[in-house]
Structures are given as C-alpha cells and as structure tokens.
Design a protein around this ligand. Structure first.
Ligand SMILES: [Zn+2]
Ligand SMILES: [Zn+2]
Length: 319
C-alpha cells in the first residue's frame, strides 16, 4: 500500500444519513408517527424487515425497480404494501405522511463537496484542525502524545474540509498504518459539519486508490498504542488485508533519540511526560551517581530513600 502523502483530493458526499444505526431511528420515527393507531403495533416486525431491505444510507437511492428515488417515497410505497398485507386501507399510511417525510429527510445531510488532505502533525491539538485547542496541543496535558505522533511516520493527520462558504467546516482524525494493509483512524474532531464514519472511509479509499473497502470498530485492547485515548477507532481494510496485532511487535521511533525500537521494548511512562521512550532515553532508566560511592550506576540498580537520594545496591548492601 503506497502512502500518497502530498495528495489532496476532492469528492462529493452524497446526501447521506448523519446518524448511526439509521434503521433503528427510522423504525422509532415510523412507529411514533402511527402510534395513535393500535393496528401499527402488529405491523412493527414488517416495518423493521422492510427497512433492512432498503438502502437507507442515502436520501436518493435506487428503488426496487432500479429507479433513483427519494427514501421517503420508497418507505411510503413499502408502508402501503404492509398496510395492504395486513388487511388495512392504504389511507392509514397517508395520514400526515408529509410530516413524517420531513422528519425523515432531516436525518440526511444535503450533498456537498469535501477536500481531503494530509495535515501538518505539528498543528495537532492547536485548534487549527479542531474547534478548540485539545490535550494534544503544545499547552495540553498530552503534548508528549504529539511528540510520539510527529516522530513516527506510521501516523498521519487526515483533514477533511468543506469547500464552500467563508466559514469552512473542517474535521480531522489521526491515521495509523500498522501494516498488512490495515488503516486505522482514531481521535476524530469536526466542526461546522457532520462527518459520519463512511465519509472518513471514503476519503481514505480515494487517497489510497483502493477499489473497495470495508470498515468496522476495533477493540481498545487490540489497539494497544500509547496515543490511543478516545476509544473511537475504526479499522479500514480490503480483501487483501490481514488481521494483525496492531500495537505490539510494531516498530516505532523513540520520540527522543528517534531510534527505531520494537514497541515491547519501549518504556511507557506513568505520568504524561515521557509517555513512551526507549530505555536509553526514559528518565527512570538512565544512569545516576550514587550518593555514597559516587559511582555512576544504572537507575534500575539503585535504591531511592524517602528523601529522594539514590544509593547503589552495593552501598546499601554494606550497611
Ligand atoms: Zn531514545
Ligand atoms: Zn555506591
């Protein structure tokens, strides 16, 4: 998989759904709309089944006869069938249907154009790609996360931008390339526009020239990397992708000396400073002078008194 770092692309986002689990929302809306009519309680299973047969992701989609049609029109047609199959008049569907259609259409965004590009990692958390400065920023509590991200090419910032209007809508996430044709996105921010997962996935698909991709959520234990805090990751893959352990066994640069180091050999800090570093750079693993004999010894071979004074094991042993 080639990483097209300098590429910027533009693409149109169709008038798509802006909520997760659209079918659950649609079922609730339809049932609420007809709740005054007891008959509809018996139709519920039919309504659920009907929605799963429709393409509810986009406001316009091909109906069962292959014509482009509004989702609200398609649902109405199917509701007629359900009413008929249950021995009811189709008039019960017509009742205030416009109101229901309006509510449904509000679940969909209008079509718009987006620009996608790889952002500057140094700007992460500074409130340029985000609505406000975040903990990753230079003044944030997790600024060491940013150090890890900027020193490792496996991480990039994907930025999406609305191309119309003076006040641009924008969003960004961190892209992680662990290997074996896996792409992981996490730490999403957006402002002045709604960016559902499929929009991010579509941007990635185009940036990497992938024909067809799938995506799904990922367990936080599987993505055991120090910069992953928000538990919002999605994994994008295609038929050639292989499942791997995304964190362990990957090689990362130590953020301080830049030496490539296997993840299991990096030391993770307890505090937010020195989030992760190689053994040579990690403060607790450095060499210190023994207070008693003055010899320089490895921190691991020293004992610290309650007052924070360090003695080597040899000197402590003699007492
Ligand atoms: Zn180092
Ligand atoms: Zn000593």
């Amino acid at each position: 998989m080639r990483f097209h770092l300098n590429k910027t692309i533009s693409f149109e986002v169709k008038n798509g759904i802006t909520v997760d689990d659209p079918n659950d929302r649609l079922v609730t809306m339809i049932c609420d709309h007809y709740c005054h009519d007891n008959k509809w309680n018996y139709f519920l299973d039919d309504v659920v089944g009907m929605l799963y047969d429709l393409d509810t992701d986009n406001f316009y989609s091909k109906d069962k006869s292959g014509r482009n049609s509004k989702i609200t029109t398609q649902i109405k047609k199917e509701l007629y069938k359900i009413a008929k199959d249950n021995g009811s008049d189709k008039k019960i569907v017509d009742r205030n249907y416009d109101k229901l259609a309006l509510k449904i259409s509000k679940l969909y965004s209008s079509a718009y154009k987006l620009k996608a590009y790889w952002g500057d990692k140094n700007l992460l958390g500074e409130g340029v790609y985000e609505p406000h400065p975040t903990c990753l920023g230079d003044h944030g509590e997790y600024k060491d996360c940013k150090k890890f991200l900027t020193t490792n090419k496996r991480f990039q910032v994907l930025v999406l931008e609305n191309t119309i209007g003076d006040k641009k809508g924008r969003g960004r996430c961190i892209t992680y390339l662990p290997g074996k044709r896996n792409i992981i996105l996490f730490n999403f921010y957006q402002f002045r526009m709604e960016l559902v997962p499929r929009v991010w996935v579509e941007a990635i698909r185009r940036l990497f020239n992938l024909e067809k991709v799938k995506f799904g959520t990922i367990d936080s234990e599987d993505l055991n990397i120090p910069v992953y805090q928000n538990e919002d990751a999605i994994r994008i893959y295609d038929v050639k992708s292989r499942i791997i352990k995304y964190g362990v066994n990957r090689i990362f640069n130590c953020p301080y000396c830049l030496k490539p180091t296997e993840y299991k050999n990096l030391i993770e800090g307890e505090s937010d400073d020195y989030l992760v570093a190689c053994k040579k750079c990690f403060p607790d693993y450095q060499y210190y002078e023994c207070y008693d004999c003055g010899e320089s010894k490895h921190r691991k071979d020293m004992i610290e008194t309650n007052d924070g004074v360090l003695f080597c094991v040899d000197c402590v042993g003699e007492e």
